[in-house]
Ligand binder design. Structure first.
Ligand SMILES: NC(=O)c1ccc[n+]([C@@H]2O[C@H](COP(=O)([O-])OP(=O)(O)OC[C@H]3O[C@@H](n4cnc5c(N)ncnc54)[C@H](O)[C@@H]3O)[C@@H](O)[C@H]2O)c1
Length: 308
C-alpha cells in the first residue's frame, strides 16, 4: 500500500499511531482525525509528516470535508477501556454509532469505496469455550461497547448492498505493544511490577485471552486493506491462549520484579466483561492474505520491556 491518500480516525491512539507510522513509512499521505482523549501517541518525527485535525469523528460535515480525495478510510476512533466504557456506556455507543454514520456519509459523498473498521473480539461475548472462535460463529455481544461494534458490522454489510462501499471489519483480539496506556492489562501489570506493587488479578487468574502484538496487527490490517471487496469480517488474533495469571508471572519474571500477585474480586461493573476464555482463529486471515500474527507473548513482551 503506497502513494495513497489515507484518512485515519483515531490515528493518534495506540493502534492508530502504529498504523500511521507504518503508512507514512510506506509512502502514503496520511490525514488524521482525533480528539486526543488520551494524548497524542504518534512519534514526533512521524507527526511532522501527517496532516492532523483535532476533530470529533461524529462531526459529519467536517469529516466529509477532510475525507475529500481519500482513497481509503481507516475508522479506528472509539472510546474503550473496560472501566471507562462501563462508566460511560451512552457516550461509548454514541461515538461508535454516530462516528460510523459520519464516516459512511464521508465515503458516500466523496466516492470513497474502501473502509476499514476496527471492531472487536468482544462481539463474541462468552463464546470461546472449547475452541478458538471464528468469523462464522453466531456472535453474542454483552456490553454496550461490543453491541455497538456489532451494530456497525451489520451497518457496513448494508452499506455495501445499498451504496457499494467496500469494507472490512477487523475483530481485534487484545492488541498490545509500545505506547499502550494503563487502561489495558499489560501496561497496568508492567506499571505495578516496576513500582514493586502487587499485580492485581481479577478472580482466579485462570481466565484466558489471546494477546496479539501490535506490529502483527498492523501488518494484517495493511495486507487486508490492499484488497477490499464487498463486506468481510476478519479476526486479528494470535491463536494462542494465555491465562492472566501466566501473564502476570511472565511480566514479573521479565522485569525481575519483587512484586507479588494479589487476587481480588472484580468490581461489579466489570462482570459483563469478565470472560472466562477467549481466543480467536486466524485461519480466514491466513487464507486471504497468506499471513497471520506470529509474535509469541514472551517475545512481544520482551520488545515492550526494552522501551519501558
Ligand atoms: N487495543 C485493543 O486491544 C483493541 C481491541 C479490540 C478493538 N480495538 C479497537 O481498535 C481501535 C483503536 O483502539 P486503541 O487501542 O488504539 O484505542 P485508543 O483509545 O488508544 O485510540 C482511540 C483513539 O480514538 C480517539 N477518539 C475517541 N473518540 C473520538 C471522537 N469522538 N472523535 C475522534 N477521535 C476520537 C481517541 O482520542 C484515541 O486517540 C478502537 O476502535 C478499538 O475499539 C482495540
Amino acid at each position: 500500500m503506497t502513494n495513497q491518500r489515507i484518512l485515519i480516525t483515531g490515528g493518534a491512539g495506540f493502534i492508530g499511531s502504529h498504523l500511521t507510522s507504518k503508512l507514512v513509512e510506506l509512502g502514503n499521505e496520511v490525514v488524521i482525525i482525533d480528539t486526543l482523549l488520551r494524548g497524542n501517541k504518534i512519534p514526533q518525527d512521524v507527526f511532522s509528516k501527517v496532516e492532523f485535525h483535532q476533530v470529533d469523528v461524529c462531526d459529519s460535515a467536517k469529516v466529509a470535508e477532510l475525507a475529500k480525495g481519500a482513497d481509503v478510510i481507516f475508522h479506528f476512533a472509539a472510546i474503550l477501556g473496560v472501566d471507562i466504557v462501563a462508566d460511560n456506556p451512552i457516550e461509548t455507543m454514541e461515538t461508535e454509532v454516530n462516528g460510523m454514520q459520519s464516516v459512511a456519509h464521508a465515503c458516500a459523498i466523496n466516492g470513497i469505496e474502501k473502509l476499514i473498521y476496527a471492531s472487536t473480539s468482544g462481539v463474541y461475548g462468552h463464546l470461546a469455550l472449547e475452541q478458538s472462535v471464528n468469523e462464522e460463529i453466531l456472535v453474542d455481544p454483552h456490553t454496550s461497547y461490543a453491541m455497538a461494534k456489532r451494530y456497525n458490522e451489520i451497518y457496513l454489510a448494508s452499506l455495501f448492498e445499498e451504496k457499494g462501499i467496500n469494507s472490512i471489519a477487523l475483530r481485534f483480539f487484545n492488541i498490545y505493544g509500545l505506547r499502550q496506556d494503563n487502561r489495558m492489562v499489560i501496561p497496568r501489570f508492567i506499571e505495578q511490577a516496576m513500582k514493586g506493587e502487587p499485580l492485581t488479578v481479577y478472580g482466579t487468574g485462570e481466565q484466558t485471552r489471546d494477546f496479539t502484538y501490535v506490529e502483527d496487527a498492523i501488518n494484517c490490517t495493511i495486507n487486508l486493506a490492499k484488497n477490499v471487496q464487498g463486506f468481510e469480517i476478519f479476526n486479528i488474533a494470535n491463536e494462542k491462549e494465555a491465562t492472566i495469571e501466566e501473564l502476570a508471572k511472565e511480566i514479573i519474571r521479565l522485569l525481575n520484579s519483587k512484586s507479588e500477585i494479589h487476587h481480588i474480586e472484580a468490581p461489579k461493573k466489570r462482570y459483563d466483561y469478565e470472560v472466562g476464555r477467549r481466543y480467536g482463529s486466524s485461519e480466514k486471515l491466513l487464507t486471504h492474505t497468506g499471513y497471520k500474527p506470529s509474535t509469541g507473548l514472551q517475545e512481544g513482551l520482551s520488545i515492550v520491556m526494552k522501551e519501558v
